[in-house]
Design a protein around this ligand. Sequence first.
Ligand SMILES: Nc1ncnc2c1ncn2[C@@H]1O[C@H](COP(=O)(O)OP(=O)(O)OP(=O)(O)O)[C@@H](O)[C@H]1O
Ligand SMILES: [Mg+2]
Length: 271
Amino acid sequence: MAKREGRSGRGWVVGFYLPFPHPAVSLDEVSVTLGGLTILDSVSLSAPRGAVTGLIGPNGAGKTTVFNVLSGFVRPDSGSVSLGGRALRRVRPHDLTRHGVARTLQGVGLFPTLTVLQNVTLGARARHGFFADSWGSPWADREAATVRETARARLSELGIGEEADRLPGELPYPVQKRVALARSLMCDPSVILLDEPAGGISAADMADLGSLVRSWVPERTVLLVEHHMELVMEVCDFIWVLDAGRVIAHGTPDEVRRDPAVLSAYLGEPA
Ligand SMILES: Nc1ncnc2c1ncn2[C@@H]1O[C@H](COP(=O)(O)OP(=O)(O)OP(=O)(O)O)[C@@H](O)[C@H]1O
Ligand SMILES: [Mg+2]
């Protein structure tokens, strides 16, 4: 079992598992305190380009906080983040698409009063800016039409094209999860951060989700937070394990599955 915390943020730890030498995203010794509690304690991890990397751990381990750090919603007390191989002093949520990063939220995070199509178009990056959009310039109108067309295509790819004009609340939960996925694909991301995409979906939907995620690599990089172990073991090339804000293990699915520290964190057995 390769457990090498420490210099992993430079990317060489996962790079150690050739053939993915450069991480698409990484955290280097990131610590986060919220409300006086240490939520992440010197966490270093990385997701190699073109692979599916899992981030697992018991409830409250800090997985969503890692995503919040990567997407700029939480500023670390110390440590650094890099996206697309570039170390960033500060990540701002509105800059994420510029860095080629998309994120889905734990749950669905759809706007209830907007149609499915409108929700999905929100994932696109506006190119003409506020004034062109507000004054309805021909460029903005053309762009809006293209965005709607792309959104319809994304919905069809996910098998929910016929739901475009419905409101999210009219749809079963698994379909809402797909709408959220469609929205995340609108900016044609090179990195996708998925926070519990399989929460509340059936075994059949989960198998489809697994195939979908695998179909994104190696063109895209995926960092997947998920509690469903079968899915994680099936789709991930590498896995990082967090427990109580610390990295306790990482490696291939087989290595992680057998790791005593992981068994202890999940089952309460002594490590
Ligand atoms: N804004 C906040 N203020 C204080 N504590 C917080 C805040 N956000 C998260 N926490 C705490 O940080 C810890 C880690 O939370 P986080 O949501 O990252 O865990 P998680 O691994 O995603 O858990 P789950 O599997 O349940 O989604 C939890 O104990 C949570 O209560
Ligand atoms: Mg979470």
